[in-house]
Ligand binder design. Structure first.
Ligand SMILES: [Zn+2]
Ligand SMILES: [Zn+2]
Length: 318
C-alpha cells in the first residue's frame, strides 16, 4: 500500500490482545480474572432494570408441525404452485399458536424465546471483563494519569436508554476504572457473584499476549477520492481491502472500528459542549477462549472522547 501515502497518514497502531485460556494473577493483565481492588472501595453494582430471556422447548408435536409447514412451503416452491416464502393464512395462524407470544424461535434447539423485565429489582454485581497494566499495554494509557485499567460490566441485557452512549444497543452496561495502582493500596478482590447473568456474558479467564500492529480504516472511513483509488488498486491486485488490510479482528485496544453490519455510524461525544468524533478504544470480541457472545456473536466496541478523559464512553455493537 506504499502507493497511498495518504492512507499511511490514517494508519493507527492497534494492540491485539490475543487472549488464551488461563487464570491471570490478580495483579496481572488478563480477562475474566480476579482484580486488584482498593480495600475501601465498594464493588460496583448495576441498579437499573434488566431484561431476562426465558427459553421454553417446543413439544415434539409442535416441532413436527412447524417442520411440516416448512416442508410444505418448500414443496409449493419446487412445484411452482406458490412463492417459496409465502405462508398461508392457516400456516400463519398455526405458527402464531405455537409461538404463544414468544419473541423468537431458536431453530437449533427448538425453543421459544421470550424476553421480559426481571421482576427482581435488586442490584446486580458487575463482573470483571478485563484488567490491563500499563507495563503490558502502554498504548492504552497514553494521555492518562493511570497505570492500571479495569473494565467491568453488568452481564445482562438492559433498556437501550440505560446503556452508555444511547446507541441502539441493549447489552451489558460497561465501566472503565482507571487507577494509579501503586497509590491505592490494592488487594486481591474475590468478585461477588452476580445474582443474574445472561449466557455468553461471563468471560472465561484468559491471559493476554499483546502485540502491536498497523490498522487501517474501513473503506467508509476513507476520504472519497482516496477510497476510490484504493478500491481500484485492490481490485487490480486481487486484494480485498477490508479483509486484507483494514480493521483488524479480535480483541484489540485502539485501531479502527469495522462497520460490517451497519454503514459507518460516526459516534460523537455526549460530554458537555463537546460533540467531538469519538475514537475506538477497545474491541470485545465473541467466541474464542473468552467464550463471550455479544450482539449476535459480534463485537462490542468501546469509544472514548479524544479530548477529555472525563467525558462519557459510548458503546456500539456490530
Ligand atoms: Zn445491569
Ligand atoms: Zn468529549
Amino acid at each position: 500500500m506504499a502507493e497511498f501515502p495518504q492512507l499511511g497518514d490514517l494508519a493507527r497502531i492497534a494492540v491485539l490482545l490475543n487472549p488464551t485460556s488461563g487464570v491471570p494473577d490478580a495483579g496481572d493483565s488478563g480477562l475474566g480474572g480476579p482484580l486488584s481492588w482498593p480495600a475501601d472501595e465498594p464493588w460496583p453494582q448495576c441498579a437499573v432494570g434488566h431484561w431476562i430471556h426465558h427459553r421454553d422447548p417446543l413439544s415434539a408435536a409442535e416441532r413436527r408441525e412447524w417442520q411440516d409447514m416448512d416442508e410444505a412451503r418448500e414443496a409449493r416452491a419446487r412445484n411452482g404452485t406458490g412463492e417459496h416464502n409465502v405462508v398461508t393464512h392457516e400456516e400463519a395462524a398455526a405458527q402464531k399458536r405455537i409461538m404463544n407470544g414468544a419473541s423468537g424461535l431458536d431453530l437449533i434447539t427448538w425453543e421459544r424465546i421470550s424476553t421480559r423485565p426481571d421482576p427482581c429489582t435488586d442490584p446486580v454485581a458487575m463482573v470483571p471483563v478485563m484488567q490491563l497494566r500499563a507495563v503490558d499495554v502502554p498504548r492504552a494509557f497514553e494521555g492518562r494519569d493511570a497505570d492500571l485499567l479495569q473494565v467491568l460490566w453488568c452481564p445482562n441485557d438492559h433498556d437501550r436508554e440505560d446503556v452508555a452512549g444511547g446507541n441502539p444497543y441493549g447489552g451489558p452496561r460497561l465501566e472503565l476504572r482507571w487507577r494509579r495502582g501503586a497509590e491505592q493500596g490494592l488487594t486481591t478482590a474475590a468478585p461477588p457473584q452476580p445474582r443474574r447473568a445472561r449466557d455468553g456474558y461471563i468471560p472465561q479467564p484468559c491471559t493476554l499476549s499483546p502485540v502491536e500492529a498497523w490498522d487501517f480504516p474501513e473503506h467508509d472511513d476513507l476520504p472519497d477520492d482516496l477510497r476510490d483509488a484504493v478500491m481500484e488498486w485492490c481490485e487490480d491486485q486481487d486484494w480485498d481491502y477490508h479483509d486484507d488490510f483494514a480493521c483488524l479482528g479480535g480483541w484489540k485496544v485502539g485501531g479502527w472500528p469495522s462497520w460490517h453490519l451497519t454503514d459507518l455510524q460516526p459516534i460523537t461525544c455526549s460530554g458537555t459542549d463537546c460533540g467531538r468524533r469519538m475514537r475506538l478504544f477497545l474491541t470485545v470480541n465473541s467466541g474464542g477462549d473468552p467464550s463471550l457472545n455479544v450482539g449476535r456473536f459480534g463485537e462490542l466496541r468501546v469509544f472514548v472522547c479524544p479530548d477529555a478523559s472525563g467525558h462519557p464512553i459510548a458503546l456500539n455493537i456490530q
